[in-house]
Design a protein around this ligand. Structure first.
Ligand SMILES: [Cu+2]
Length: 125
């Protein structure tokens, strides 16, 4: 790829980012009520430490995010495999965070492919 083409591609990415930001702020000012509710959503933090989730159980509201940080010195991962919600992250290196947003009510199991005994229960009210 030539330098000129690369610059063009970079410029395209910047433009798309700007358009997204403009649409997002437009939404935040109340044109789409659903987006306004999402702006007030909370983030609950959970650690992966000692091959366990900590805490092992959390209760959140619909639209909230569970942020899972890898506090171990080796790779973890995060997945949810329920009938109403599927999530499968890439490998998460030490110090890395993974955000999982829940948009359906219910009880969900967050697990780690690397360590099958790791289990986090998420109650979404
Ligand atoms: Cu793990």
């Amino acid at each position: 790829m030539s330098e000129i083409t690369k610059q063009g591609a970079r410029r395209g990415a910047v433009t798309n980012g700007f358009v997204f930001a403009a649409v997002a702020s437009f939404a935040a000012f109340g044109f789409f009520p659903g987006f306004v509710a999402a702006a007030h959503a909370d983030t609950t933090k959970v650690m992966q430490v000692g091959r366990k989730f900590q805490p092992v159980e959390v209760t959140i509201s619909v639209g909230d995010t569970v942020q899972i940080s890898n506090n171990d010195e080796f790779i973890h991962q995060v997945f949810v495999d329920s009938p109403t919600f599927k999530f499968d992250s890439d490998e998460s290196p030490p110090g890395h965070n993974i955000d999982v947003k829940f948009t359906e009510r219910g009880d969900f199991r967050i697990q780690c492919h690397t360590h099958p005994k790791m289990l986090l229960i998420v109650h979404v009210k």
